[in-house]
Write a protein that binds this ligand. Sequence first.
Ligand code: AMP
Length: 215
Amino acid sequence: MKLILLGAPGAGKGTVAKLLTQMDGSVQISTGDILRGAVAAGTELGKKAEAAMKRGDLVSDDLIMGIMEKRLQEPDCAKGFLLDGFPRTIPQAEALKLLLAKLGIKLDMVVSIEVPRDVILDRLSTRRTCSNGTCQAIYNVKSNPPKKEGVCDKCGSPVVQREDETEAAISHRLETYNQKTAPLIGFYEKEGMFVRVNATSSDAVIAAIKAKLGK
Ligand code: AMP
C-alpha cells in the first residue's frame, strides 16, 4: 500500500506505520528518523538539520525533497510505502505530487490520525527513544518502559528523552503542525484521497485504514 500518514507529533503515525509494514511488506519512511540518524552519524545532512530540529522547527523543504527523491526510488519502495512525517508543508506536498507523477507512482490514500491534545502532550512528555541512530526504538515511561531502566531492549544503547521533547519544544512543534502541516488536510481533501481517523488506539486506526482500503 502507498499511504501518507498525517497527524500531529505524538498522534501515533510511527506506531501505526510499523504495524502496517507487517501486513504487506510496505516500508515505513520517516523523515524524522532519517534526520535523527544523520544527526547521530554527524553527516553533512545532519549538520544542516540539527539546529532547526532541536528548536522544534521544520528543516528546509529543499533538504527534505532531496532526501525523499532518492528514498522513493530505492528498490524496497516497490512493494509500497508509508510516509510518516512527510509531507509537512504545502510546498512539500506539491513537490511530492510532481515527484510521484514523474516516477509513475499512485498513492492509495492520505490518512490523518486525530488525537486529542491532552493525550498528545502526555504521550510526548513520557516518550523515550533509543539514542542509537540506526535503532531509534520507541518506549514510554508509563505504558511501555524498557525492561532495564534507560537501556534499549533491542540494542542495549541508552534510552533518552529527545531534545525536541521538552515541554517548550513540544508546544512549539504542535504550533508548527497547526500552522504548516494541518493545511495539508484541505490540500488532500481537494485531491479526493483523504480519510480522517479519530482514534487513540493504533489497533483502531489500523482497522479503519483496512476498512477504507477494502482489506
Ligand atoms: P518527527 O520525528 O517526524 O517528529 O520529526 C522530528 C523533526 O525532524 C521535526 O520536528 C523537524 O525538525 C524535522 N522533520 C521531520 N520531517 C520533516 C519534514 N517532512 N519537513 C521538515 N522537517 C521535518
